[in-house]
Design a protein around this ligand. Structure first.
Ligand code: FAD
Length: 323
């Protein structure tokens, strides 16, 4: 049966995150020919509605308010609940991002609804859709089905391909007025740490360093390689604990979960807690001087060698290829 599916477009620093478009593709599978409605929440975000339509939303409902400039779970809950009351969807799809992970369980529990989180694949469509999600730190996958009632779905970035953008697509954009009130927190200012510019959780290429990188300076060749490949730098907890890099780069069970097209692990032993964050990457390349290192068990390509010799050679080769 065709369904109505609401998708939250996630805005960061004035732009829609890619995961929003991936969520629309997921919503189309759930809708099975029904309606996909985009939701945009923020302050002065209505100009982004067109992109949601170009990527497959049939119409968009926008809630704008100065208190929604930065994410707070109180403010966004009020806005999303108001949109839900207006649209009356069968399902709500969000990215499995910090925002989605915070907002979806809060509203799902308030509505006594189901929540299928961290979905990496959807098999089938509509009532027959099966949601595939990793469990036990990625060691197994479970398939979940919607029984009945409104359900929340969060999708892991970089797993479900967005549909092709169609700039000729048109759809209705309506603004919904919501009086955002009784906020327990109001964010006055957001000060971001300097970053390379590529968002780690959405990066197509990640070059990660571990304790084998040996110092903060040791990360320089990794940064150069990541730059050439248009990717981001990540790290093991070993490297973060040693003070070689910031914890915001940590990948793993207690860090970020990533699924890039290419993951290069340099000087990382491959502890189970690290694998939990990266083992679903499409292609894994490991560089380690210990041929017995556990990381080689999950690697598609392994290079046994000193990363300080191998990475400069890779940089040279990629520069020559002009990738
Ligand atoms: P090491 O295990 O010390 O490995 C360093 C590797 O570098 C070795 O394999 C060595 O052969 C290689 N090497 C050394 N020099 C060179 C060189 N010149 N060239 C090439 N290779 C070289 N870890 C995470 O990463 N993410 C998490 O989210 C995480 N969460 C955790 C949660 C809990 C509850 C616990 C208990 C642990 C967690 N850990 C996590 C820690 C994890 O168990 C490991 O301790 C950590 O991943 C090890 O980091 P590492 O591989 O960089 O260091």
């Amino acid at each position: 049966m065709a369904k109505k599916v609401l998708v939250l477009g996630e805005v960061r620093e004035g732009a829609l995150r890619n995961v929003s478009f991936e969520a629309i593709a997921a919503a189309q599978k759930i809708a099975d020919g029904g309606e996909v409605v985009g939701a945009l929440i923020g302050d002065q975000v209505s100009q982004l509605a067109g992109s949601l339509i170009e990527y497959g939303a049939d119409r968009v409902v926008v809630v704008q308010h100065p208190h929604l400039k930065s994410y707070t779970s109180d403010g966004f809950s009020q806005a999303l609940l108001a949109i839900k009351d207006e649209v009356k969807p069968d399902a709500i799809v969000l990215g499995h991002t910090s925002l989605g992970k915070d907002l979806s369980p809060k509203i799902a529990s308030r509505l006594q609804s189901g929540l299928i989180s961290d979905v990496t694949e959807i098999e089938g469509t509509g009532d027959d859709a099966l949601f595939i999600r990793p469990i036990y730190s990625g060691k197994a996958f479970e398939k979940v089905k919607i029984k009945d009632g409104i359900v929340f779905v969060t999708i892991r970035p970089n797993n479900i391909a967005p549909i092709e953008q169609d700039t000729n697509r048109a759809g209705e954009v309506v603004e919904l007025s919501v009086d955002i009130q009784n906020l327990r927190t109001i964010i006055k200012e957001v000060v971001r740490k300097a970053s390379t510019g590529v968002d780690l959780s959405e990066a197509k290429v990640i070059v990660s360093g571990g304790r084998g990188v040996k110092s903060a300076d040791g990360f320089e060749p990794l940064k150069e390689l990541a730059n050439i490949l248009g990717g981001a730098v990540g790290a093991s907890r070993g490297a973060c604990d040693a003070g070689y890099c910031d914890y915001s780069l940590q990948i793993g069970q207690t860090g970020k979960v990533v699924t890039p097209d290419l993951y290069i692990a340099a000087g990382i032993s491959g502890a189970i807690q690290h694998l939990a964050g990266m083992s679903n990457s499409k292609v894994i390349v490991a560089i380690n001087k210990d041929p017995e290192a556990n990381i080689f068990k999950v690697a598609d390509y392994g290079i046994v060698g000193d990363l300080f010799e191998v990475i400069p050679l890779l940089i040279e080769e990629f520069k020559a290829l002009k990738v």
